[in-house]
Design a protein around this ligand. Structure first.
Ligand SMILES: Cc1ncc(COP(=O)(O)O)c(C=O)c1O
Length: 279
């Protein structure tokens, strides 16, 4: 059941099918909460385009958030072309020709492995010479699971998402100004707090050398019972302790309970069981 008043009285027959219907007021109410987090904590909040890319609403997002987080070339083009804020790109692995364009249109580019960061150094040097303001980061993997489904858990054993602490030994991190982690999914503040404790314990020495830290997405900040003040306090402490700029890149939280997908049943069939009857 969608927790949005608009849809209690919404008549799906008013729109074509299939059709995504989004309640702008509900989105704006979410954005106000995210804006409060930004203003009270000093963190910057980015919209994860992989979760919501309805760019007709870009002017609304521009009024409240600091930019977009993108997961590859096409989202980066969307973020740069349609939204007015910063574009932060993380991709599990970059193709060389796409990386060149990504570095022209992104503000932060985050690598998933030291291998790609090192292999693309000539290209990176060239991009940096053209755009000295371009920042680079690495995705870390604290190997601290908060998820319940292993296949969706970036911290599951053998995960290829993010660099575990052991891989950092004796690495030259010249040119890296930030760290990124994304380990949560639809979660409350307590899992983030526990994750941060592990990140600090494992990567504390690196954090002191960084300019920014991106806490990824998966924070259910706009859910009615989310302790927003506890989040704000934790971000303030973290930023002060390490002298870093914190970023959050929620997707779902920005648009929670704000839309429906209207569809219709065109036919029903029978083959030993009725369609839709799984057993
Ligand atoms: C790197 C990264 N950032 C942000 C997000 C957005 O997550 P959510 O929509 O759960 O907030 C995702 C989702 O998979 C992600 O992989």
């Amino acid at each position: 059941m969608i927790k949005c008043k608009t849809f209690e009285t919404f008549d799906p027959k008013r729109v074509p099918s299939p059709c995504f219907v989004v309640d702008e007021v509900a989105v704006e109410n979410n954005l106000r909460i995210l804006q409060r987090v930004q203003q009270a904590s000093g963190a910057k909040v980015l919209l994860a385009l992989k979760a919501f890319s309805m760019f007709s609403l870009a002017p609304l997002f521009d009024r409240y958030l600091s930019g977009t987080c993108t997961s590859g070339l096409y989202e980066a083009r969307l973020g740069r072309g349609e939204f007015s804020g910063a574009v932060h790109t993380f991709c599990a692995a970059y193709k060389e020709d796409e990386l060149a364009e990504i570095m022209q249109i992104s503000d932060h580019v985050v690598f998933n492995s030291l291998g790609q960061w090192q292999r693309f150094q000539p290209l990176i040097e060239q991009a940096r010479a053209e755009r000295p303001e371009l920042k680079f980061g690495l995705r870390i993997n604290p190997m601290h699971s908060e998820g319940t489904t292993p296949i969706y858990d970036p911290c599951a054993p053998g995960s290829r998402l993010g660099i575990p602490k052991s891989e950092f030994a004796n690495q030259d991190l010249t040119g890296i100004s930030g760290l990124h982690f994304h380990t949560l999914c639809e979660q409350d503040f307590a899992p983030l707090d526990r994750t941060l404790a592990v990140v600090e314990q494992q990567f504390g020495d690196l954090l002191h050398k960084m300019e920014w830290v991106n806490f990824g997405g998966g924070h259910h900040i706009t859910r009615a019972d989310y302790p927003v003040d506890a989040l704000i306090k934790r971000i303030v402490e973290f930023q002060e302790k390490y002298a870093v700029q914190v970023y959050l890149e929620p997707g779902e939280a920005a648009v929670l309970h704000s839309g429906v997908l209207v569809t219709e049943v065109l036919d029903t069939t029978y083959n030993e069981m009725a369609a839709g009857d799984s057993g």
